[in-house]
Design a protein around this ligand. Structure first.
Ligand SMILES: Cc1cc2nc3c(=O)[nH]c(=O)nc-3n(C[C@H](O)[C@H](O)[C@H](O)COP(=O)(O)OP(=O)(O)OC[C@H]3O[C@@H](n4cnc5c(N)ncnc54)[C@H](O)[C@@H]3O)c2cc1C
Length: 455
């Protein structure tokens, strides 16, 4: 056992009878799924190549925002008109590595197609709302359950702008949110000043979603949930999942580089790594990494009361326990490409202009790059695998995995336990990508005689 209570990777994990669910991935989505499955009294084993919520996971370094307003996909009508300016603005929030463009093109075209009209976007927002309507309350509850209530603060999420027209220009988005009952309250310049006295006086207008919460240390939050799962009898295996073995068309083992793990059900919640595992199970998914960056500053005072997003920077600034984290940037590049730390420089430079004189951002203490696992249509894949019984998917949450994770966990538990989900999840099916599929199944079929009780 190491400090997380992880089972060492060459330990054989036998199934002793009853139901056992192997969850691949210990990011926020895998952890929430395991927690909800375990709540129903079912044995869970989590498999991850790294530590729960470790630096390899998107769940480690994101902005940590969650609210009922995480309903908008990134693709909206008119996006294509803004793409060239994003690409040619070297200090902007969006960039593409040109060498990757040929491979990325099908995903990009599907992205633009998904946002071709507002009816399409509205339909997508309605599904996403089901995934985030209770996000804040869920995180508050789960953090208390895991003994880390101090990591989740419900202080609302604040958009700030220099010119009121910047927010008013997003009238369609605001209309969709209003229809769903998602409120945001406009703050006058003086209210904004009282709430965030250190913020540069150039930001005069604020729009506050009071439902929102923020998580000040994502890595610690994930570790605490993993600990809770361990305390309740779950197990965590440090290994890389490499495939599945089936008996009579149903998953019977998850294969890993440390041995096979017997199971009755399995869940793929491996973030960007899910594409490979889904392909092994016979499903194609259009999933790309929208790489993002963060820079963390430590600061002796309470420099920010709550999280803010300056609309001009398109980045999120979140208070941490001893400073703040500035997170953002979308870099479309191969998952394997080395980080381009100039993207983090953009964030750090922004931080230096964010506060009023003479307030300084503090000392830079961390830089990080991670992979948003993004589908082009703004919806995750949650549901059964097409060709392998009792194997389920829970990945592709893009920009909103923190907000959508608690509801995803409940849905995954419903699927595994055979309960009817609260809403129609057919738009989340991986089968929507079937049209583009060209590969065949690669999972290993066991001889019919092989017992599932074996390792
Ligand atoms: C800069 C930035 C800011 C963001 N801000 C927000 C925000 O404010 N709010 C929000 O809701 N979302 C935000 N996001 C998005 C959010 O971080 C992701 O959607 C979410 O973390 C995805 O969680 P996950 O569990 O699916 O994947 P991950 O957190 O990436 O976890 C996947 C895990 O699977 C493991 N794995 C992969 N392959 C294998 C394998 N074969 N075998 C074993 N283990 C494997 C990995 O080691 C990893 O631990 C942001 C993302 C970025 C990059």
């Amino acid at each position: 056992m190491n400090s997380f209570g992880l089972t060492s990777n060459n330990e054989v994990v036998e199934r002793l009878g009853g139901r056992r669910v192997v969850v691949v991935g210990a990011g926020i989505v895998g952890l929430m799924s395991a927690l909800e499955i375990q709540r129903a009294g079912v044995e869970v084993v989590i498999v991850d190549a790294g530590s729960p919520g470790g630096r390899q996971a998107a769940s480690y370094g994101n902005a940590g925002w969650a609210s009922n307003a995480a309903v908008m996909p990134i693709s909206v009508p008119g996006l294509w008109r803004r793409v060239p300016s994003y690409i040619f603005d070297k200090s902007g929030p969006f960039t593409i590595r040109w060498s990757y463009l040929p491979r990325l093109l099908p995903w990009l075209l599907r992205l633009l197609w998904a946002g071709r009209n507002w009816e399409q976007v509205e339909a997508c927002a309605r599904v996403r709302f089901e995934l985030c309507r209770s996000a804040s309350a869920d995180h508050v509850r789960i953090s208390a359950e895991a003994g880390v209530a101090h990591l989740v603060q419900r202080r609302g999420l604040l958009l700030v702008c220099r010119d009121r027209s910047e927010i008013l220009s997003t009238q369609h988005e605001r209309g969709i949110r209003r229809q769903l009952g998602i409120e945001s309250r406009e703050l006058s310049p003086s209210e904004l000043r009282r709430r965030e006295p250190n913020l540069s006086s150039e930001y005069r207008f604020g729009f506050l979603n009071e439902d929102g919460c923020h998580i000040s240390d994502l890595g610690a939050y994930c570790e605490a949930i993993a600990d809770l799962i361990l305390r309740r009898g779950g197990r965590i295996v440090r290994a890389r999942a490499t495939g599945f073995e089936t008996v009579r068309g149903e998953v019977a083992k998850v294969l890993t580089d440390g041995g096979a793990i017997g199971c009755t059900h399995a869940v793929v919640a491996a973030g960007i790594g899910s594409k490979r595992l889904a392909a092994i199970a016979g499903d194609y998914v259009s999933l790309e990494s929208e790489r993002g960056y963060h820079v963390v500053f430590s600061h002796p005072g309470n420099i920010l009361y709550g999280p803010i997003m300056p609309i001009d920077g398109k980045m999120a600034i979140t208070p941490t326990l001893d400073g703040f984290r500035i997170a953002g940037q979308v870099e479309l590049a191969s998952e394997k490409a080395l980080p381009d730390w100039r993207r983090a420089d953009i964030l750090a430079q922004f931080a230096s202009r964010l506060f009023r004189e003479p307030v300084q951002p503090g000392i830079e203490v961390d830089r990080w790059m991670g992979h948003r696992p993004s589908t082009p249509d703004g919806l995750p894949c949650i549901g059964p695998a097409s060709a392998c019984g009792k194997l389920y998917y829970a990945f592709g949450h893009g920009h909103s995995g923190v907000a959508h994770a608690p509801a995803t966990g409940k849905l995954v538990a419903d699927l595994v336990l055979g309960r009817k989900p609260d809403f129609d999840i057919s738009p989340l099916s991986i089968q929507r990508f079937k049209l583009f599929q060209s590969r065949s199944c690669r999972f290993r079929k066991s001889p019919q005689t092989q017992s599932q009780e074996e390792v």
